[in-house]
Design a protein around this ligand. Structure first.
Ligand SMILES: [Zn+2]
Length: 206
């Protein structure tokens, strides 16, 4: 089942919920549909067009906005699905300063890499190889990354996410990731940020 982008009343992206859950929010007047999906949900007596993007009718305060969780999906999105060393399609995660030499598993030390570069680089520093990166890796910023990090996406979401940090990353990610919606793992709102579980607003508990 496809997923629905949930926006705060202020249009800030909050998360992704199941279509059924989004429809319940709309039917309970807790959210309004901004974009329709191509799906129709049927009850015994009626048919409703399921939403693709909904906006909460009341503003929800998100108490703490921490760093974007470092996941493989989010990392590949940040690096456009390309090896940062040679530009080939990325298939693996590389630690710029190798873990065996004290490198941390952090946004500023991990990059997407192709199998070949990862193999050649092994546990060496870039200076030892004479390799350079266009720019040092950095954590992504912007509220859109809450959504991008889930790996669930829909082209209709783009205009709502672009003002919040999803720019060319979102576009490239779509381009290079050929998994369809059926391949996406359902991620209920808040689950992609386990640190903040329990901080989700009441209004989203439909
Ligand atoms: Zn490479």
């Amino acid at each position: 089942m496809p997923h629905v982008l949930v926006l705060n009343a202020s249009y800030e992206p909050l998360g992704v919920v199941s279509m059924r859950r989004a429809l319940i929010l709309v039917l309970n007047h807790k959210a309004i549909s901004l974009e329709d999906s191509e799906f129709t949900l049927h009850s015994a007596t009626s048919a409703v067009t399921a939403p693709s993007v909904v906006r909460l009718t009341r503003f929800v305060r998100v108490p703490f906005c921490g760093p974007v969780p470092l996941t493989r999906r989010a990392l590949f999105a940040r690096d456009h699905g390309r090896c940062v060393y040679c530009g080939a399609a990325a298939t693996s995660v590389d630690h710029v300063i190798p873990r065996s030499r004290g490198g941390q598993h952090r946004w500023d030390n991990v990059v997407a890499a192709c199998r070949r570069c990862n193999h050649v680089k092994a546990d060496r520093h870039l200076t030892e190889l004479g390799w350079r990166m266009k720019r040092p890796p950095a954590p992504p910023s912007g509220l859109a990354w809450r959504i991008i990090g889930t790996g669930i996406k829909d082209p209709r979401w783009r205009p709502y996410l672009e003002p919040y940090g999803a720019t060319d990353q979102f576009r490239d990610f779509e381009h290079h990731d050929h998994t369809d919606h059926g391949g996406a793992t359902p991620v209920p709102l808040g689950r992609s940020r386990p640190v903040h579980r329990g901080e989700q607003p009441e209004t989203l508990t439909a």
